[in-house]
Ligand binder design. Sequence first.
Ligand SMILES: NC(=O)C1=CN([C@@H]2O[C@H](COP(=O)(O)OP(=O)(O)OC[C@H]3O[C@@H](n4cnc5c(N)ncnc54)[C@H](OP(=O)(O)O)[C@@H]3O)[C@@H](O)[C@H]2O)[C@@H](O)CC1
Ligand SMILES: [K+]
Length: 220
Amino acid sequence: MLLVDRETMQKIDNFAINELKIPSLCLVERAALSVMDNINLDIRQTFAIVVSCGNNGADGLALARNLLAIGKNCYIYIVGNKNKASRDFIINYNACKNLTKEIYSIETIEDMDFLRENLDKVNTIIDGIFGTGLNRPVSGIYANIIDLINEKNIYTISIDLPSGFDANGQNNYGSYVDSDLIVCMQIFKKGLYEDRYFRDKTVVCDIGLPKIAIEKFTEI
Ligand SMILES: NC(=O)C1=CN([C@@H]2O[C@H](COP(=O)(O)OP(=O)(O)OC[C@H]3O[C@@H](n4cnc5c(N)ncnc54)[C@H](OP(=O)(O)O)[C@@H]3O)[C@@H](O)[C@H]2O)[C@@H](O)CC1
Ligand SMILES: [K+]
């Protein structure tokens, strides 16, 4: 079983995008559709999509866009500084704005109360807060949101990694999402595989990263 740590995954992503010229927006779209393929859309009608402003969030907004396109109810909650958002986040954010009014920033205690109340409207939470970009302990509003998600007994799908969980399985960054399902992009992240609780809840999906990019940084 091929496993990667965070740093190696980032090297593979960056080589594919910057050297092989694989458009990152295509990788984000494939990631979003791989999550969508793992949702039973016959029973899941209403979604809370919780994102921060990096490419894990871009995956979440691309998923929201695809769910909205088929008429699902999506409530989008954004934590973090949109001014620091990734290009792929912005592209998907601009599209989602034309598909729904239900887009909310979560910054204050009042916003947290709003989120606590509104999560009860959905039967599925999509966790697109952090992926392989997590690089320090989770604190403040991020920790509050992760704790709130865990308080709710609502089916939760994490994109790539449970937000707050270290891809390398070495660092304890504090709170992390207690996911029901993790859709992990392209290669099993080491920390997930080595964690018995999360290994069995993880599916690994091909998002189109070329073999030559993967082989360059791993011993296949
Ligand atoms: N193009 C690609 O590479 C592809 C990526 N893909 C997807 O993107 C994910 C990686 O995306 P990403 O590198 O943008 O980081 P992400 O996990 O969204 O974090 C966002 C930012 O949060 C910050 N941050 C970190 N720790 C923090 C903390 N404790 N508390 C607060 N903030 C914290 C940190 O920014 P900083 O604050 O360090 O400037 C970080 O940059 C990957 O898992 C996969 O899902 C796939 O679509 C395939 C193509
Ligand atoms: K996540």
